[in-house]
Write a protein that binds this ligand. Structure first.
Ligand SMILES: Cc1cc2nc3c(=O)[nH]c(=O)nc-3n(C[C@H](O)[C@H](O)[C@H](O)COP(=O)(O)OP(=O)(O)OC[C@H]3O[C@@H](n4cnc5c(N)ncnc54)[C@H](O)[C@@H]3O)c2cc1C
Length: 365
């Protein structure tokens, strides 16, 4: 969809949402903090296709606990998705955004200026922060304190009844369907309130810890753990969400946020990407409405912000509840995963005990 008017959009972050916005609007500049090499070789990824629901097993016995309901769930490779979304887009690599401010005087008064760590800057009509969960743009828009994320006490994802650790396995890539030795898998181990032992602060220690834990699992998780090569890098992530999320001042439509920058969420309901796609499409529609004169920039961005904030924070709280409930055998069957499967959260599903999770950790967590 081409932009009809003269709104020059500066996009911070060439992830899923940033690239999609760039595809949807013609007059943009897209800035990515990573160098082109680091960006292309980034090891993190999402995962492949399942055509039915997602089964959850008892990690200790291997018994099926529940089949999470889902309509045509699809796991995708983040790398392949990015390559697809990048077609025809000129990403400016090595441009780490560090500041955003309104231009207060001169020819460009009223516009917005984006400053980079390398000392350069760019001026445009609107800045959209698509720079992920730890968004620098969010800090600039709402201030560092208000932008701060809350770390779910979660470390690195079948569910083990003895300690509630989740061990997730999914297929990442299948270059040759007839030869499983060419397939790539994603393993994710996660737990709550259970800090890693000091020995797991380095690569070797973390691998030893992972291997020891995997031995407690039934097949096929145990073998999957054994097959991980010792030199594989195991990244350590805390589950993060924006507890302080609230309406941000978009400076009359000049600055806004998209996707993880607007609603970082824990990954256990797999809804981050869906919301990234929706946000990007809505942002493009907002810019088109403003460019065509159907709405003022301020009105278009206000409406965009309000919808993103409501939908995104609803999903953020439901995902957090999911994260909390599935890491405890006693609460597993009450988790959103079991009750509502993987469909997009509806407003009426966001109330009650889900909202109680806002910082309060009710339920003893
Ligand atoms: C372990 C894990 C598993 C997940 N599993 C799923 C799943 O199963 N299903 C699902 O839907 N979602 C999942 N997600 C979430 C999903 O990956 C994200 O929601 C989605 O990728 C967000 O897209 P984005 O464009 O907001 O951010 P990203 O794709 O993270 O892109 C942000 C980009 O901004 C760049 N950047 C950061 N700071 C700056 C700066 N200051 N200046 C310039 N550039 C900057 C980064 O380098 C990056 O390229 C998972 C996430 C994790 C961590």
């Amino acid at each position: 969809m081409a932009q009809k008017g003269n709104i020059h959009t500066l996009i911070v972050g060439a992830g899923t949402s940033g690239l999609l916005i760039a595809q949807g609007l013609k007059k943009v500049a897209i800035f990515e903090a990573e160098t082109s090499t680091a960006y292309q070789t980034r090891p993190r990824d999402l995962t492949p296709d399942a055509t039915t629901g997602l089964p959850v097993y008892n990690g200790k016995t291997g018994e099926l606990v529940v089949e999470m309901e889902a309509e045509n769930p699809c796991r995708v490779s983040r790398k392949k998705l990015r390559i697809l979304f990048m077609e025809g887009i000129d990403v400016r690599y090595g441009k780490e955004a560090d500041g955003v401010a309104l231009v207060e005087e001169g020819d460009e008064e009223g516009k917005v200026k984006l400053c980079f760590k390398d000392g350069t800057s760019a001026v445009g009509d609107v800045v959209v922060g698509a720079d992920g969960a730890r968004s620098r743009v969010r800090e600039c828009v709402v201030g560092e304190e208000a932008a701060r994320l809350t770390e779910n006490p979660l470390c690195i994802t079948s569910i083990h009844p003895d300690h509630g650790t989740v061990f997730w396995i999914s297929i990442q890539d299948v270059p040759d369907p007839s030869d499983p030795s060419t397939w790539t898998f994603q393993l994710l181990m996660s737990w709550l309130n259970n800090p890693l032992p000091a020995s797991a602060n380095n690569h070797q220690g973390r691998m030893a810890f992972f291997k020891t834990r995997a031995e407690e699992w039934a097949e096929p998780w145990r073998s999957a753990g054994r097959w991980v090569k010792r030199d594989t890098r195991i990244p350590l992530d805390a589950g993060r969400y924006w507890e302080r999320a609230r309406k941000w001042d978009n400076r009359a439509g000049r600055m806004t946020l998209c996707s993880d920058a607007a609603h970082p969420m824990t990954p256990h309901r797999g809804q981050g990407l869906n919301n990234a796609l929706q946000d990007s499409s809505h942002f493009v529609a907002a810019m088109v409405a403003a460019a065509s004169g159907g709405k003022s920039l301020a009105e278009a961005v206000d409406a965009y912000d309000a919808e993103v904030l409501e939908r995104g924070t609803l999903e953020m709280w439901i995902s957090l509840k999911q994260t909390m409930f599935i890491h405890n055998w006693e609460t597993l069957m009450a988790s959103p995963m079991v009750k509502m499967g993987m469909h997009q959260a509806r407003k009426e599903e966001g109330g009650g005990s889900c909202v109680d999770y806002r910082g309060g950790r009710e339920g003893g967590i």
